[in-house]
Each structure stands twice: as C-alpha cells, then as structure tokens.
Design a protein around this ligand. Structure first.
Ligand SMILES: Nc1ncnc2c1ncn2[C@@H]1O[C@H](COP(=O)(O)OP(=O)(O)OP(=O)(O)O)[C@@H](O)[C@H]1O
Ligand SMILES: [Mg+2]
Length: 139
C-alpha cells in the first residue's frame, strides 16, 4: 500500500478519517496525501462580486484548515502532503485518486453538512460507487 489519499472537508469525521489514514500510513510506510476540494458555486442569483467574495472566504478558510493539518502531520513519522483542488468534490476526489494511482482512498461517512438521515453523505456515496480503487469509509 504505497499511496493513501484522505479526502478532507474540515468536518469531525474527516478528521477521524485522517487519523485512520495516518495510522495506516505509519504501519505500511505509505505516502499520505490529504485533499480538500473547494466546491464550485452554482448560485446563479449571486452577483460576480458576491461570488468572488464567497470564493475568497472559502479559499482562505481552506488554507487555514490545510495549514492546521500540515502542522498536525509534521509531528508524525509519515511522509505526507496536502493538496487543494477546485470544482465538484466527488469528481475531483475520484480524478485525483486515479491520476495519482492511489492504493487506498479514505473518506468520512458524512461531512460538514452532517445530515445523518442517509447511511452516507452524497460525496462519500459517489466516491464509493465510482472509485476504481479500494475505499475506506470512516464512521
Ligand atoms: N469538499 C470536499 N473536499 C474533500 N473531501 C470531501 C469534501 N466534501 C466531502 N468530502 C469527503 O466526503 C466525506 C463525506 O462528506 P459528504 O459531503 O458526503 O457528507 P455531508 O456533508 O454530511 O452531506 P452532503 O451530501 O449534504 O454534503 C467527508 O468526511 C470527506 O471525507
Ligand atoms: Mg458535504
């Protein structure tokens, strides 16, 4: 198991997924990548300026979250990096896993939205359905 990818959206469950990822990476001496996707906005009623402001706020928030993750990872005996993409989360997660030839993809069962009505959130269910590599769903 050379390459592990953790999809992180800033939620508690994605933190739990990251913790698992670190555990497994240490055990198997794998490379760990943490991916956050900044979602595209489809709110057509927003003005360009408002959309720009929201994107800037989201990007800023993501950068801070990734910095925090990097400092957590720095203390661990694992080779790790963080990457950020923009677009549709499930699509970008799947695309990244494929491009990087990931051996294990780790997601939380739910994310920031946190509605536990369904077994899986919409992103994790798409990832489980379409991934071409093994997926670990952390709950
Ligand atoms: N933007 C994102 N970037 C990276 N990983 C994500 C992103 N969104 C979700 N994930 C991954 O998918 C997992 C499940 O989140 P998901 O979005 O499916 O559930 P949710 O937020 O509870 O519900 P919803 O379907 O309403 O968004 C997260 O724990 C995380 O691992
Ligand atoms: Mg979500």
């Amino acid at each position: 198991m050379k390459k592990i990818l953790v999809a992180h959206d800033g939620s508690k469950l994605s933190d739990k997924a990251l913790k698992k990822g670190v555990e497994i990476a240490v055990r198997f001496d794998s490379n760990l990548t943490v991916l956050t996707v900044i979602p595209d906005l489809y709110l057509t009623e927003l003005s360009d300026l408002d959309r720009k402001r929201i994107m800037e706020a989201l990007t800023e928030e993501t950068m801070i979250a990734m910095e925090k993750i990097r400092s957590t990872l720095a203390g661990k005996s694992v080779e790790a990096k963080t990457i950020t993409r923009q677009g549709m989360p499930a699509e970008k997660i799947l695309e990244t896993a494929k491009k990087m030839k990931i051996d294990l993809l780790i997601v939380g069962s739910h994310g920031r939205h946190g509605a536990k009505k369904f077994l899986l959130g919409s992103i994790s269910s798409k990832v489980v359905e379409y991934a071409t590599c093994p997926v670990l769903v952390v709950k």
